[in-house]
Design a binder for this molecule. Structure first.
Ligand SMILES: [Zn+2]
Length: 82
């Protein structure tokens, strides 16, 4: 068992992120500027808000992003149909 795996089994995955930082991947592209990110290790979810800051993905923000995503998708479809 590696050190990382030992730490994980003792303290849970969050300790790994506290020690080494989150391994964020882009989980969803909402618009050109708004994206949702997820940590591969602890499953923490983040999103960026209008001013470019990254914040925790709360249920409210997830709803807003979903609305934005649907809106953006429709806009792209409309543009493609022109
Ligand atoms: Zn993490």
């Amino acid at each position: 068992m590696s050190t990382v795996q030992t730490l994980m089994s003792l303290f849970g995955k969050k300790i790994i992120c506290n020690l080494f930082g989150h391994k964020m991947i882009t989980s969803k592209n909402i618009t050109k500027h708004v994206k949702e990110y997820k940590c591969k290790t602890c499953q923490l979810e983040l999103t960026n808000i209008e001013n470019g800051h990254t914040t925790h993905l709360t249920p409210e923000l997830r709803d807003i992003n979903e609305t934005l995503f649907q809106f953006n998708k429709k806009r792209i479809l409309r543009l493609e149909n022109v």
